[in-house]
Design a protein around this ligand. Structure first.
Ligand SMILES: [Zn+2]
Length: 189
């Protein structure tokens, strides 16, 4: 993918550092040979906003997890059925809370680089995250809604509003501080 936006992102946030690179065909984050690769892919789609999402994860994550595969994030508590089947059960809404902070950073990156997707677009996948049913408890009014579709929409709207609010805290300036704070020692001079 060749675009002016991508070229600008690369120039500001990737070229100055030795250990972080953009990988077009990658979904998420991959650590290989001491390099952190951030992908442009999400499902079948390739785009700058997916890259911005992974960049936002790097800014949000604890310093010691920057070099952990997949940001060192767990899938939840493992439940072993004893027959070789293990499923992962989410027990807290930490995941969605983290995603909201990540989306807040991502929204500020979108604003800075003039990428169209707004808070509502970012929140549209929120109803389908694995721990959504835990976060949904925070909206008691949602329980009386019968239609699944409508419930998802109300939840996505609530997430979109939280992304907007948190974008005042997780600003572009703070993103830059976090990025450089974590990668600064790998800067090419
Ligand atoms: Zn994420």
């Amino acid at each position: 993918m060749k675009s002016q936006i991508l070229a600008k992102i690369k120039e500001i946030f990737f070229d100055p550092y030795r250990i972080v690179e953009i990988k077009e065909n990658l979904e998420g984050q991959l650590v290989l040979g001491g390099t952190i690769y951030l992908g442009l892919r999400a499902g079948g789609e390739i785009g700058e906003s997916n890259l911005c999402h992974e960049m936002a994860h790097l800014a949000e994550i604890d310093r010691e997890r920057v070099f952990s595969q997949g940001w060192g994030l767990k899938n939840g508590k493992p439940i072993d059925f004893g027959d070789g089947t293990i499923i992962y059960q989410r027990t807290t809404a930490q995941h969605i809370d983290r995603e909201i902070r990540v989306w807040a950073y991502q929204l500020n990156l979108h604003r800075y680089f003039h990428i169209d997707e707004d808070a509502s677009a970012l929140a549209s996948s929120a109803p389908y995250l694995p721990d959504t049913y835990l976060a949904i408890d925070r909206l008691p009014q949602i329980k009386s809604i019968q239609s699944n579709n409508q419930r998802n929409n109300v939840f996505a709207d609530w997430v979109a509003r939280r992304i907007e609010q948190q974008s005042q805290i997780y600003t572009f300036e703070k993103f830059c501080q976090q990025w450089n704070g974590k990668l600064g020692e790998f800067k090419i001079f």
